[in-house]
Design a protein around this ligand. Structure first.
Ligand code: PLP
Length: 406
């Protein structure tokens, strides 16, 4: 039996192992939790302040504001830019729901952009195509049909890879769009154009338990270099209150829990090592799967500069028989996930926006073909090899028995 099968379930490869991450920091986390419990200061206290200071340092942003979740961070960012009813915001059609949900919750209209098939992300070409489809003219106050003001774009650093921020910024500037980065999956990623989350007007992060830095419950944060935006975010997360019971605008309850911040602070000591482990595992996957990639049975994630990808997910594309391959892996004890099976422009809640199937073909194809493999710091080399062996077998079976590919 292999040494990395602690519970005797040899060969089984779970999709996640949150217990191992916690075990590495348990003593400090428990001490911090005890101090929170003893202090009875349960929201927005010293643990939250410590986390904000760490995040500002880690991203290089001047200000960091912690909040209740990544979804709330996106909502607060849009509110801080005065985006609401009558406005429109461009978002990728292929991302987690809340990138678009946050836009709709402000009263603004999401405009869905297609993705670059090589990166799974909306790049400058896809952003421009979406703006053209809306009939937007370049310049300040550009409008989108029917009659809404184009205000912002939300690039998503999907799977932990950095979006093409230099290219997106050029298009955004031409159309006077603010940039709100969804860096929920990309904390710590650094590209030539800057640190994920610190390239635009505001950057949003999530500390959901399964994220690269995950808390014991929901949590999120924002970063910005603009002191007025930072102040506004701090007000909006406490119902818009300035001082005691004085409200010049309505905000929401988006406070961070001290217990969540306490565990996150304990985990920051391990964070760089964890990112390095993810990058090492990704390298192992790349070399072990290169033959299948060359044979056209799968596509590996696009290569990035060192450090520009923190591998929140290792997402491959299986052009033929993705669901059969996932099932075959599950039967052999290897867990995989599909992020995301349905593109957002085809979600029932956005039906009234009038998008049709076939309209954003690359987002739709990605939803049919993407498959995420296990990747987490405690995943051993032996288990990565196990995943690759099982995946290679399943791909070959699907290729020989499956229906002809499109
Ligand atoms: C996780 C995630 C969010 C939302 O974060 P929560 O903390 O779960 O609300 C937003 N966008 C992306 C891309 C995410 O992965």
């Amino acid at each position: 039996m292999s040494v990395d099968a602690p519970h005797g379930d040899s060969g089984r490869v779970p999709f996640l192992d949150l217990a191992a991450d916690f075990a590495a920091v348990a003593d400090d986390a428990r001490a911090r939790i005890d101090s929170v419990l003893a202090s009875h200061a349960f929201v927005l206290g010293p643990q939250t302040a410590e986390l904000e200071a760490w995040l500002a340092g880690r991203t290089g942003a001047r200000f960091a504001v912690a909040c209740s979740s990544g979804s709330d961070a996106l909502y607060l960012a849009l509110r801080a830019l005065d985006i609401g009813a009558g406005d429109a915001v461009v978002v990728p059609a292929f991302t987690f729901f809340s990138t678009a949900g946050a836009v709709a919750n402000t009263g603004a209209r999401p405009i869905f952009a297609d993705i670059d098939p090589a990166t799974f992300m909306t790049g400058p070409a896809e952003l421009e195509a979406a703006l053209e489809r809306e009939g937007a003219g370049a310049g300040a106050g550009a409008s989108a049909s029917p009659g809404s003001r184009l205000r912002a774009v939300i690039p998503v650093h999907l799977y932990g890879a950095t979006a093409d921020m230099a290219g997106l910024r050029q298009v955004a500037e031409r159309f006077s769009l603010a940039i709100v980065e969804d860096a929920a999956q990309a904390l710590g990623a650094i590209a030539a154009e800057g640190t994920a989350g610190a390239c635009g007007a505001v950057g949003c992060f999530s500390f959901y338990p399964t994220k690269n830095l995950g808390g014991p419950g929901d949590g999120g944060a924002l970063v910005t270099d603009d002191s007025r935006i930072a102040e506004r975010l701090r007000r909006l997360r406490v119902h818009g209150a300035e001082g005691a019971y004085e409200h010049h605008e309505t905000g929401v309850n988006a406070r961070m829990s001290e217990l969540v911040a306490a565990v996150l602070n304990a985990k920051t000591a391990e964070f760089d090592g964890w990112l390095a482990a993810r990058q090492r595992i990704a390298g192992h996957y790349r070399s072990a799967l290169s033959a299948s990639a060359e044979g056209g049975l799968l596509t590996l994630p696009a290569e990035t500069a060192t450090g520009a990808h923190v591998y929140h997910q290792f997402a491959v594309r299986v052009p033929r028989g993705r669901d059969e391959v996932a099932l075959a892996l599950a039967e052999r004890g290897v867990e995989t996930r599909v992020f995301y099976p349905r593109p957002l422009h085809l979600q029932p809640c956005f039906a009234e926006l009038g998008y049709r199937a076939g309209q954003l073909p690359e987002a739709e194809r990605a939803a049919r073909e993407v498959l995420c493999l296990p990747i987490y710091p405690s995943l051993s080399d032996a288990r990565v090899s196990e995943v690759c062996d099982r995946l290679t077998e399943a791909l070959e079976t699907a290729a020989s028995t499956g229906p002809p590919g499109q």
